[in-house]
Write a protein that binds this ligand. Structure first.
Ligand code: AMP
Length: 300
C-alpha cells in the first residue's frame, strides 16, 4: 500500500548535556520517512528554501524516499529549530524556532500522491494537515501527530483536523493537556469523542498505548541504554508503525500490536545517534532482531 507523509522538513541545532550538533537534517516528515523507509517506499510532502542543500534531497532518495512532494521556495529559508535536552535526556527546551517557509506552507500534493492509501500528518500547523487531507482521493487510513504548541495556539484547527482523521498519535502529557484529564486512559477515551477512532499515546521510556472503543494494547519501550539524541523519537515511532501498517494493509489486533512494537523498536534506534544518523546505518534485519528481543522480554 502507498504511504505518504506531510510534515516539517528542517535544519536542526541540537544540544545534549554532553554534545552539540549544528545543521542537522531534521523535521517531522524527515524522521518519519527514514523510519518508514525500513518497511517500504514513502512519499514525502514538505517545504524548504533555496538554502536547502541538494545533497539532503539525494540522501533521502537513496533511502527510497520520494521527494517529488518537496517544494523548494525560491528566495525562501528552510525551517530551523534549536533544542536543548536537560540532564534526564527526556525533557527539552526549544531555544529557537524560525518558521521561515514553513510559516505559510500550503501543501500541493503531486497527482500521484493524491491516491495514497496510508497517510501520516506529521507535526506541523493543523491547517497544513487539513489542506493536505482535502486533496486526498479516498485514503484507507489517515493518522496525525500533534504537540503542545498546536494545542495552545491552534485549537480550532486542531479540533477540525481531529474530525478528519482515523488515528491520533501524541505524548502522554499532550493527551492530558488536550483533554484536561489526569489519567492517560481517560484522556485517550476523551480524544475518541473528538473524532479519531483510535489514539496512540506515547509515554517515552515507559512505552506506548493504543486505545480504541473496544481495544487497549500496551507495549513497553525497548530498554535502550545508549541515548545520544532523542530528537525525532516520536516521528520515527510513527514511521515504523505506519510503515508496518502500510506493508500489511490491514488493522487486525495482531497487526496493531506488532505495528506498535515496530514503532517502539524504530524509535529505540533513532535515539542512539544524532538526528537520523543511526536509522541511516541500520537495515530491516536489525529492526527485526530487536523486535524479537522485545517480544521475548514481554512474553510469559
Ligand atoms: P520529535 O522529537 O519527535 O518531537 O521531533 C523533533 C523534530 O520536529 C525536529 O527535527 C524539529 O525540526 C521538528 N519540530 C520542532 N518543532 C516543530 C514545530 N513547531 N512544527 C513542526 N516541526 C517541528
Amino acid at each position: 500500500m502507498t504511504l505518504m507523509v506531510v510534515g516539517s522538513v528542517a535544519i536542526d541545532n541540537i544540544q545534549t548535556p554532553s554534545a552539540r550538533r549544528d545543521d542537522v537534517l531534521g523535521g517531522s516528515a524527515v524522521h518519519f520517512s527514514f523510519g518508514a523507509s525500513l518497511f517500504g517506499p514513502v512519499q514525502m510532502v514538505g517545504v524548504v528554501g533555496d538554502d536547502w542543500p541538494e545533497e539532503h534531497t539525494k540522501l533521502l532518495k537513496n533511502y527510497g524516499i520520494d521527494t517529488a512532494g518537496l517544494e523548494i521556495v525560491p528566495g525562501g529559508k528552510t525551517f530551523r529549530w534549536t533544542g536543548k535536552y536537560l540532564e534526564n535526556m527526556d525533557d527539552r527546551e526549544t531555544l529557537d524556532v524560525q518558521l521561515n517557509v514553513l510559516g505559510d506552507f500550503q501543501p500541493k500534493l503531486p497527482e500521484a500522491y493524491r491516491r495514497a492509501q496510508y497517510v501520516f500528518i506529521g507535526n506541523g500547523a493543523p491547517a497544513t494537515g487539513l489542506e493536505a487531507i482535502k486533496q486526498l482521493q479516498g485514503a484507507d487510513l489517515i493518522v496525525a501527530d500533534t504537540m503542545d504548541l498546536w494545542i495552545n495556539i491552534a485549537r480550532p484547527d486542531l479540533a477540525a483536523l481531529l474530525t478528519k482523521i482515523d488515528g491520533l498519535v501524541l505524548n502522554d502529557s499532550e493527551a492530558k493537556m488536550l483533554t484536561d484529564e489526569r489519567s492517560t486512559i481517560s484522556a485517550a477515551k476523551k480524544i475518541l469523542t473528538m473524532g479519531p477512532k483510535f489514539v496512540v499515546v506515547k509515554k517515552g521510556e515507559h512505552g506506548s498505548m493504543f486505545v480504541s472503543q473496544y481495544e487497549i494494547y500496551v507495549v513497553p519501550a525497548f530498554p535502550t541504554e545508549n541515548v545520544v539524541d532523542p530528537t525525532g523519537a516520536g516521528d520515527s515511532f510513527a514511521g515504523g508503525m505506519m510503515g508496518y501498517f502500510a506493508s500489511k494493509g490491514n488493522m487486525d489486533a495482531e497487526t496493531i500490536k506488532t505495528a506498535l512494537a515496530y514503532g517502539t523498536v524504530t524509535a529505540s534506534f533513532q535515539i542512539e545517534g544524532f538526528g537520523a544518523d543511526r536509522l541511516r546505518e541500520i537495515s530491516r534485519e536489525n529492526i527485526d532482531h530487536r523486535l524479537e528481543q522485545l517480544r521475548a522480554s514481554v512474553s510469559f
